[in-house]
Ligand binder design. Sequence first.
Ligand SMILES: *Cc1c(COP(=O)(O)O)cnc(C)c1O
Length: 379
Amino acid sequence: MEFPSIKRNILLNPGPSTTTDTVKYAQVVPDICPREKEFAGLMKGLREDLVRIVHGDTQKYTSVLFCGSGTLNIDVCLNSLLPAGKKILVVNNGAYSTRAVEICEHYGMPHIDLKFPVDQQPDLALVEKTLRDNPDIALVHTTHNETGTGILNPIREIGALAHRYGAVFTVDTTSTYAMRPIDIEADNIDFCMASAQKGLMAMTGLSFVVGNRALIEASAAYPTRSYYCNLFLQYDYFEKTGEMHFTPPVQTIYAALQALKEYWAEGEEAKWARHTRVFNAIHAGLDELGFRDAVRREWQSGLVVSVVYPDDPNWNFEKVHNYCYERGFTIYPGKISTTNTFRLCALGAIDEADIRDFFVVFRAALKELGVQTPALYNN
Ligand SMILES: *Cc1c(COP(=O)(O)O)cnc(C)c1O
């Protein structure tokens, strides 16, 4: 069937990302009851593909699907994988690890919030000291790419420390999965996670945890802190029936299946190279206008650029945003409490030509507002 093309918006926000029309239209399918075997068959293939994206052995690792946004995965991992009487260590240098801390607080789970500045990578010696001093830590959690700033965390090293001290390692890979290559075993990850609308370039509403099957099975004996959001319960239901415990996001799953086809067709390496091109084009455009990064460039994830607001009295993020938005480009506010920043991200089905088009519009917005270039910074 032929479908008309859909207006293409360039989303430079940190997800949901720009999708292809083929992914959008994959949702237009005959109605189906998701309890049919045909649908369960689709989810089986999907679950295996999600493990393959992080190079996991599908015997050792599995994926568990949930209906919800990405935060649900953090909730599920933390509330499900903590044995009674044990503690969680959150290696925290940003907004998303802070969210993990809030989840611990919400469930009343014992935890240590090991805080580092948002523009700094965590101090591994301090992580190790904390593990050594607290033998009751059973779970270490951190964020791979802190999407609020775009800082990349050394997960392989943190994972090695977690394992040395006998803890399980869960990583929020929501903003790297299916973009920046991950090898679940080599990266010392026990559980990682994402939602379909970021790296996979599919639709919102489907999230998934990819992790170690034996550890999920062991967690059957741990306290159950949530009814809907329990990892073992959902896993067990999938293993026994091939289905989600409760109604899955049917059309979103069809879109994810199409997105996976496109993922394999593009290929891990080529896709990462494309995101890198986009990232470099964002930097080139900003450099030319004299804008400053909030995070040291060599620490950046290659997916999110956090830009410091210029000290120009005419600078107005809201107005620049609106000017760009009306022309099909979405830019996004920052997430650093101490510095005013905005973000330009390299997610989605876009390429460097889209970034060049964006900078034509961005420049015009600056001109219209009378913002001077090179951008003005007082110090
Ligand atoms: C997007 C994102 C999430 C999930 O946010 P939702 O609003 O729940 O989709 C979680 N962690 C990271 C690092 C993210 O970038």
